[in-house]
Design a protein around this ligand. Structure first.
Ligand SMILES: *Cc1c(COP(=O)(O)O)cnc(C)c1O
Length: 400
């Protein structure tokens, strides 16, 4: 029933009540799972009924460093007591430290800080246009880059795009991992080619070394910028700090977000040293580079290095993929991925199997209609990954 604003509102606490209220007051754009989460620790989550889950959703890739990470939390708490708001018209120590750190770990020179992946892509698109004086952007089929109008123009999936047309003009899509198609389309009018090194949402498809090297060469030849979207693959996810390091690429612009700040909202578009500085006032963000996110981002980078999480992810990811590959199931088409970004492609729709996994205490994602996707926090333990493998085995191979 409607409640008058001058009366205290009854706050819902039980799962049923919370579900009812969220359904009534939220937009309906999310398809929800029947679970209310209350707490996390490392790679585990607890729901309102006290059930424990192994988390292979990982905040959709934003929780690489694990839930309730004490090192990140301490940095956040300290910063909260000092200062949260400090727009970039003022200098801030943590921002300076973070920019320096991002440059050191990526080899890029300058960074624009923002608050999400889609904003990092928007920035990259604007920077590419202003730096080249050209308009055309070439992206890939099955690519995903976000949902604001510019990033959406680069995203392939029609069901995300069609309701919002007209989108930004001068965007083209070419097949991924097919160099000849790009060669046919790239020209002196191309401002940038925008790609993921491993297509995440599009079904966990790693780019081949020859293709990615070839794309970079074509960009150089035509004076187009190479923008790599490492929003999902960055910060150790694929077993390298950034996935382009598997292929010795040197992007002109690198887009980051998701796990950049240990789960605190943040994004970044990093620019290579050979690019000119941008004109004053050509872009901006109120929250961009705020001290809270910068302190969290700095702690996140320090934690990754201190715990050698990148190397650990390479080893754990290889082991996990190998274990999943041993599952004998007529439903599995292919197991693929890099590091701890793993997809199991099924010959059937994946949704019912995700629900069954949940009943076995494992939370996982889909990537498209048929791919089961695992994005666990990189701190996940081997025995937890083994439990995931057993859950997948019993769900996909009911006879054991
Ligand atoms: C998640 C994602 C985005 C969008 O990030 P948001 O923070 O949700 O805006 C962009 N690109 C890739 C590759 C992603 O995985």
């Amino acid at each position: 029933m409607a409640t008058h604003s001058n009366h205290a509102i009854d706050l819902p606490h039980t799962f049923d009540a919370v579900q009812t209220v969220e359904q009534r007051y939220s937009t309906g754009i999310y398809s929800k799972r029947p679970l209310m989460l209350v707490r996390g620790d490392g790679a585990q989550l607890w729901d309102s009924e006290g059930n424990r889950f192994i988390d292979c959703v990982g905040g959709q890739g934003s929780a690489n460093l694990g839930h309730a990470n004490p090192f990140i939390n301490a940095a956040i708490k300290t910063q909260i007591d000092a200062l949260i708001s400090c727009p970039e018209m003022f200098y801030h120590e943590k921002r300076a430290h973070l920019l320096q750190k991002l440059s050191a770990i990526s080899g890029m020179q300058r960074g624009f800080l923002c608050n999400s992946g889609t904003e990092a892509i928007e920035a990259a698109l604007k920077f590419a246009r202003i730096l080249t004086g050209r308009r055309e952007v070439i992206a890939a089929m099955r690519g995903f880059h976000g949902r604001t109008m510019g990033a959406l123009s680069a995203t392939w999936e029609k069901k995300y795009r069609l309701p919002y047309e007209p989108l930004v003009p001068d965007f083209k899509h070419v097949p991924y991992n097919k160099l000849a198609a790009l060669e046919k389309n790239i020209s002196r009018n191309t401002a940038a080619v925008l790609l993921e090194v491993v297509q995440g949402e599009g079904g966990v498809h790693p780019g081949t070394p020859d293709y990615l090297q070839g794309v970079q060469a074509l960009c150089r030849e035509h004076g187009a910028l190479l923008i790599l979207d490492e929003v999902q693959t960055g910060f150790g996810r694929t077993g390298k700090m950034f996935s382009y390091q598997h292929h010795d690429l040197s992007p002109d612009i690198l887009c980051l977000a998701k796990s950049i700040a240990g789960g605190v909202p943040m994004g970044a578009a990093l620019l290579a040293g050979h690019l000119e500085q941008l004109p004053p006032m050509s872009h901006g963000s109120t929250f961009g580079g705020n001290p809270l996110a910068c302190a969290a981002g700095l702690a996140a980078a320090e934690f990754l290095e201190r715990e050698k999480l990148v190397e650990r992810t390479a080893a754990m990811g290889a082991w996990f993929k190998e274990q999943l590959s041993t599952i004998q199931s007529p439903i599995i088409r292919e197991v693929r991925g890099l590091g701890l970004l793993i997809g199991v492609e099924l010959k059937q729709k994946v949704a019912p199997y995700l629900s069954q996994l949940m009943e076995h205490g494992v939370l996982a994602l889909s990537a498209g209609m048929t791919v089961m996707r695992f994005l666990p926090p990189l701190v996940i333990r081997k025995d937890e990954l083994a439990q995931v493998v057993e859950a997948v085995r019993s769900v996909l191979h009911p006879d054991g």
